[in-house]
Design a protein around this ligand. Sequence first.
Ligand code: MN
Ligand code: MN
Length: 253
Amino acid sequence: MYHHIKQLMYTVHIGRPDPRFGNMLLEQFGGANGELAAAMQYSIQGLNCDDPDRKDLLMDIGTEELNHLEVVGTLARMHLKPTKDNRDAAAEDPLISIAGGGGVNLYNSMGNAWTADYLKITGELDVDLRSNIAAEARAKIVYERLINFTDDPGTIDALRFLMTREITHMKAFTAALESMGKPMFSIGRIPPTPGLTDQYFNTSTGVGDRGEPDARGPWNQGGDWQMVDAPAFQELESPRAGTRQTGPVEPLV
Ligand code: MN
Ligand code: MN
């Protein structure tokens, strides 16, 4: 059940409207990493969730994102309002001005319509939580970039609130994932093929024009890692009856 309270989650005050900045704010209203996407992703994941504790978490944060949508929409609306009847302001966002009369709509900053394609909903709780941690990181960096492009103290204040809440959500989703107690690389039920999981394919080789190395690091050496030279440069024999293949040797299980 949803219930609307006629009050913003965070009070918004702005100085002079900045229609160009209002257009940029639409990225967090109807954009890929915006508040509607977050609200829908977590709420629909919550509908699908059979774990009552984490369902509660998904519904709590999904609902908070709806509150953020209202805050960022109010903020964008304040900055875009002059596009209704001011020619110079209208030029900053003709779609909002001509089609929307200065009001916000569910488009991103380039006028692309919001789409459910933005959402990552897999029906597998730990996989969804990983998507949510990444989504919060993206939302945080988008808010940071927006903050860097305005001088208005009231706008910065509201954006800092919204930015901070995304880190809070990131912490909560991370704790929820860790508390499931699943090993880090255990996804789904079918185990990965032994041996093959530890093979690092060195498929980008040589030294680049700017000295880019064929790098080694904890992502391909130490522990169980086994460096495998690029299959394209190898003549690999298949364990199957003498057939030649261009890919890596199939593992013997
Ligand atoms: Mn948010
Ligand atoms: Mn969030």
